[in-house]
Design a binder for this molecule. Structure first.
Ligand code: G6Q
Length: 548
């Protein structure tokens, strides 16, 4: 579809918005007892209830028409077939191959990538098995008790999020830590509790050039060598990278180096050897279950008609709110404490992929693209920012996530958690009218004048949209499926917005900027040529960096 075509398509959806403005969800629920049945779908054990959205059959049909008209299905097939859909980096986008469970060849640039993937997975299995069973030990013969993954962005967020999510599958005697920030506090506070003789480091970097990671790796190496001698580096370091020359130069032996490929984007790399710390923490079998769960979602995405396709449904709803209703943020609210880093993970996934303002053809987009994604687990969020979601001036579409079964037998915790998540989405949808508030206050025995004064403050507009994702239990398979679900949602939205979801020039810019400023910060060069703000801040730093 041409650029004007997309713009026209978003405008054409406006008539549906206008119609639905007069039909709040609470009215639609009242007149249609089948609304939940009509607007829910599932994939495996994941149920998506999207009935609490500002939609009706006509609006939804128009949204699926839009997805078809921009050829979501064709673009999806192009991705699977290894086309270089990441056009600015001239790369294929093949993270689905990393978790593919079938036996067909998966060609990229004329070569089947599956043997290479399986070879690395096999090596990951034997390495992680041997560390976990004590066959591979530290330089002094001690069994490893702590693994420190040093990486940032895509080489950190995925494994850190997954390790937290799969806590029930971890062992108390083998802990995973994640160091990412170049702020020395991060590595300092991590290492201060660790014993070098029992600590293994994984240096995770696709490029093996990222400054934060290389700086942290050098500090870790010095810490280890200082305690155990230089020769110990050999036994205590592993690397995950596509740059095998640089891992070798760093001194990491070949049999402790795990490769991946340039057709895996950083934020899509948790399925690759970047998952090594996950496999160490929860065992390779459980890591493999994550892959299997993701593959199951891939099959769903690739084969289910758009109308029943979870990622597509979530994608078109997101486009509906972003481009037709003008809502600019999207909240991810897991009622699952172990998904406490899920929103942060999705923030990268979504905002780095679709935070773009030119089309694939390099022209300015004439419509809004990726929303601001944010969130925290419930119920904690309820005692903080939910106020704004209920009564603020912005409407914030939200995804609630909840398991039917907890991992721990601690009644009544889980029933209470479920009661809270259901109560929130219901309250957001229903709101509370003036009449309801007045009746409530009268019943509470309040006098007329006070009721008049208080009522406007206690009214809730309602009609605030949400999806609920209900799953049986947060198992490795379910987690894999959930991550893949959001990956595909972001992909579909990128197709609708006509942007390249697979490059990240804003991130690359950050990698260059600090390098140029460092000599000036170190005092080896003056700040001349910079704006007066930067010069003033540099001067403040020089004056204060060593002051008592
Ligand atoms: C992800 C981004 C970015 C990247 C980091 C780390 O898609 O490109 O977050 O993962 O900048 O890069 P390296 O793995 O190369 O160190």
């Amino acid at each position: 579809m041409a650029k004007s075509g997309r713009k026209a398509a978003f405008s054409a959806l406006d008539k549906h918005r206008k119609r639905l403005e007069d039909q709040p969800m609470r009215v639609q629920f009242a007149i249609d007892p089948n609304r939940f049945k009509r607007y829910s779908a599932s994939a495996g054990d994941i149920l998506l209830d999207y009935s609490k959205n500002r939609i009706d059959e006509e609006a939804l049909a128009a949204l699926f028409d839009l997805a078809r008209s921009v050829d979501v299905e064709g673009r999806r097939d192009a991705m699977c077939e290894g086309e270089h859909i990441n056009i600015t980096e001239d790369r294929a986008v093949m993270h689905m191959a990393l978790r593919y469970q079938g036996d067909k060849p998966v060609p990229v640039d004329g070569q089947d990538v599956m043997p290479g993937i399986r070879e690395v997975l096999g090596r990951m299995k034997s390495f992680t098995d041997d560390v976990r069973n004590g066959t591979i030990r530290g330089n002094t013969g001690e069994q490893f008790t702590d693994v420190v993954n040093i990486g940032i962005g895509g080489s950190d967020l995925g494994p850190a999020m997954v390790t937290l999510a799969l806590e029930p599958y971890t062992r108390a005697d083998l802990r995973a830590h994640y160091v990412s920030n170049v702020d020395g506090a991060h590595i300092h506070d991590t290492l201060k509790r660790l014993d070098p003789a029992k600590t293994m480091f994984i240096i995770a970097s696709k490029t093996f050039t990222t400054d934060e990671t290389m700086t942290n790796a050098a500090t870790a190496r010095a810490w280890l060598a200082n305690a155990l001698g230089d020769q110990a580096v050999n036994d205590h370091f592993a690397a995950v990278s596509t740059n095998l020359e640089s891992t070798g130069k760093f001194g990491i032996r070949a049999d402790r180096t795990f490769g991946f490929w340039d057709w895996v984007g950083g934020r899509y790399s948790v399925w690759s050897a970047i998952g090594l710390p996950i496999a160490l923490a929860v065992g390779f079998e459980n890591f493999d279950r994550v892959l299997k769960g993701a593959d199951a979602m891939d099959r769903h995405f690739l084969t289910t008609p758009l109308e029943d396709n979870l990622p597509v449904i979530m994608a078109v709803l997101g486009v509906w709110y972003r481009n037709v209703w003008g809502f600019s943020t999207h909240a991810v609210l897991p009622y699952d404490q172990r998904l406490s880093r899920f929103a942060a993970y999705l923030q990268q996934q979504d905002m780095e992929s679709n935070g773009k303002s030119v089309t694939l053809a390099g022209k300015d987009v004439a419509w809004s693209t990726g929303p601001i994604v944010w969130g925290e687990p419930g119920t904690n969020g309820q005692h903080a920012f939910y106020q704004l979601i209920h009564q603020g001036t912005d409407v914030i579409p939200a995804d609630f996530l909840i398991a039917a079964q907890p991992h721990e037998a601690l009644p009544p915790h889980h029933d209470k958690l479920v009661a809270n998540v259901l109560a929130q989405s219901e309250a957001l949808m229903l709101g509370k009218t003036e009449d309801e508030v007045v009746t409530e206050l009268k019943v509470a025995g309040m006098d007329k004048a006070k009721i008049k004064e208080l009522t406007p403050h206690k009214v809730f507009p309602g009609n605030r949209p949400s999806n609920t994702l209900f799953y049986q239990k947060l198992t490795p398979e379910t987690l894999g499926s959930l991550i893949a679900l959001y990956e595909h949602k972001v992909f579909v939205q990128g197709v609708i917005w006509n942007v390249n979801s697979f490059d990240q020039w804003g991130v690359e810019l950050g990698k260059q900027l600090a390098k140029a400023l460092l000599p000036k910060v170190e005092g080896k060069a003056t700040g001349e040529g910079h704006d007066s703000s930067t010069q003033g801040l540099l001067a403040y730093y020089q004056a204060n960096k060593t002051k008592d």
